[in-house]
Design a protein around this ligand. Structure first.
Ligand SMILES: C[S@@+](CC[C@H](N)C(=O)[O-])C[C@H]1O[C@@H](n2cnc3c(N)ncnc32)[C@H](O)[C@@H]1O
Length: 252
């Protein structure tokens, strides 16, 4: 990933988030480390759809700082495996949750074919150029019939939106075609369930405020904040929506 704004957003801010959580306390870790805007309701929908249970191997592709995987481990007893290309984000997930993170690109996952029960990929697809390569690679490592939980920002109309740098939002039709072509059957889809409760969003906001207070004057902070503002604008003007998807791998 070479776009400076994306490096700022996914690497610099990841490290600063871990710093702020370490200062504020552990109870801030999961809300602050869910950086694909997943609320507990969204995570619960995905967890139930994928029928997570104790011992399920859950591969989180593009895991960021590890919040969703930590949530699934805490609530459902899954065995999380995280994969994330940004080095500082990998270290942040290790610092906050003690996870070992595979530092790799999702288009080249260093895991055996058919070795994973379930995969999640939350808020990642729109940041990846070769979406088909990413999905094919997830399909390869999943056991036959294994579940894939996706959180995807979908464009309502045209796909080339004036949004955050480096992002390309698929339309619903593109997304459905992509899943079909990469060996997945889309079983169920919903728009984002309810917003997070205040107990969760306040903690996330406190961490964001601590990061802003300390780093607002840096170039990386300004780049990341601009990315986030642009995405917020796309949501507010209803040019994009957040979709949760449960798909399963089928024979190709
Ligand atoms: C919006 S963040 C979401 C992070 C995390 N999934 C969450 O929900 O908190 C998108 C993440 O995708 C990662 N990413 C971008 N390109 C990727 C790729 N080719 N393979 C795997 N992850 C990628 C970024 O580094 C970033 O951590």
């Amino acid at each position: 990933m070479s776009v400076a704004a994306m490096v700022a957003e996914f690497d610099d801010v990841a490290g600063w988030t871990a710093d702020a959580v370490e200062h504020l306390g552990n109870r801030y870790a999961i809300p602050a480390a869910c950086r694909g805007s997943a609320s507990p309701a969204a995570l619960a929908w995905l967890a139930e759809a994928c029928e997570l249970s104790t011992g399920t191997t859950l591969l989180d592709v593009g895991a960021g700082v590890g919040g969703p995987a930590a949530w699934a481990a805490e609530r459902f007893g899954v065995r999380p495996l995280l994969l994330e290309p940004m080095q500082t984000a990998c270290r942040a997930a290790a610092r906050l949750f003690g996870f070992t993170v595979i530092a790799a690109d999702g288009t080249r996952i260093p895991l055996r074919t058919g070795s994973i029960d379930t995969a999640w990929c939350l808020g990642v697809l729109c940041t990846v150029d070769d979406k088909a390569a990413l999905l094919r690679e997830i399909h390869r490592v999943l056991k036959p019939g294994g579940s894939l939980g996706l959180l995807v920002v979908v464009a309502r109309g045209r796909t080339r939106l004036p949004g955050p740098e480096g992002n390309h939002f698929p339309t619903q039709h593109e997304l459905a075609t992509l899943l079909d072509r990469t060996g997945f059957s889309l079983l169920e889809q919903t728009t984002r369930p309810d917003d997070a409760p205040l107990s969760w969003s306040r903690r996330a906001e406190q961490v964001r405020a601590a990061v802003a207070a300390r780093h607002h004057s840096t170039h990386a902070y300004k780049l990341a904040a601009h990315q986030s503002d642009q995405l917020t604008l796309l949501f507010r003007t209803r040019q994009v929506s957040m979709q949760l998807i449960h798909a399963v791998g089928v024979d190709t």
